[in-house]
Write a protein that binds this ligand. Structure first.
Ligand code: PGA
Length: 260
């Protein structure tokens, strides 16, 4: 974490939650986030039907909310899809795009992810663009090629000004939901590479927030967030437990404090 960039911790609930449990979780997170310093920003990306609930319970709190995907289309005959504009109507700040689960199970191509990023930006949302390699790709020494190509596909369709408005999350596929986080060195190495790629797009793009995701837990968050190019985390499993998620936010606050 550097003292130039604010820290950002975002929860990705994936397909979890029910109204009653969400209410408790959202209220606890909102309450806990009030104690955080202002240079630590917090968000939660919930399943689409829970956006109004997040809006109702988080409005006026320091916690922002968002969706986990948006359609590549603006509107029209696309049964089952949800437009970025619809998400924005519920006061959302963020939309995750290109999560590896979407790329793997829904065949999302780098070009489709790029279009979704444009749609999110056009609707006034901050896209959280996920990139990451599989274990096979890492073992074949292809990590840079894979994440570089995933990021480049997005940067290719954006102006430098728009590119400066995105968030990028590096999530090695082999670390997601496995309990096996990347080491802080492995993560930092890829983050530094992504930072260079962003900087090549324009000076204003160099400070895009770069989040690490993949088995971030209270006990490894400090070490990860201490890395100079890791600006925060995208948190899956641990974002479903208020104490764990708040402990990870507190880790970001502690590191931001020591960096300033
Ligand atoms: P995890 O998921 O924290 O459960 O590994 C991260 C993500 O997929 O965003």
């Amino acid at each position: 974490m550097s003292n130039q960039r604010p820290a950002l911790v975002v929860g990705n609930w994936k397909m979890h939650g029910r109204l009653a449990g969400n209410a408790v979780l959202l209220q606890h997170v909102a309450q806990g986030a009030r104690a955080l310093p202002q240079d630590v920003r917090v968000g939660v990306c919930v399943p689409f039907p829970y956006l109004p609930q997040a809006q109702a319970l988080l409005d006026g709190s320091p916690v922002a909310w968002g969706a986990q995907d948006v359609s590549a289309h603006e509107q029209g005959a696309y049964t089952g899809e949800v437009a970025a504009e619809m998400v924005a109507e519920f006061g959302a700040a963020y939309a995750i795009v290109g999560h590896s689960e979407r790329r793997a199970y829904h065949g999302e191509s780098p070009e489709l992810v790029a279009t979704k990023t444009q749609r999110a930006l056009a609707a006034g949302l901050t896209p959280i663009v996920c990139v990451g390699e599989t274990l096979e790709q890492r073992e074949a020494d292809a990590t840079r090629d894979v994440v570089g190509a995933q990021l480049d596909a997005v940067l290719a369709v954006l102006s430098a000004d728009d590119a400066a408005r995105i968030v990028v999350a590096y999530e090695p596929v082999w670390a997601i939901g496995t309990g096996k986080s990347a080491t802080s060195e492995q993560a930092q190495e890829v983050h530094a590479f992504l930072r260079e790629r962003l900087a090549a797009k324009g000076a204003q793009v160099a400070d895009v927030p770069l989040l690490y995701g993949g088995s971030v837990k209270p006990d490894n968050a400090v070490e990860l967030f201490r890395q100079p190019d890791i600006d925060g985390g995208l948190i899956g499993g641990a974002s479903l437990k208020d104490a764990d998620f708040l402990a990870i936010c507190a880790a970001a606050a502690a590191v931001a404090d020591s960096a300033s």
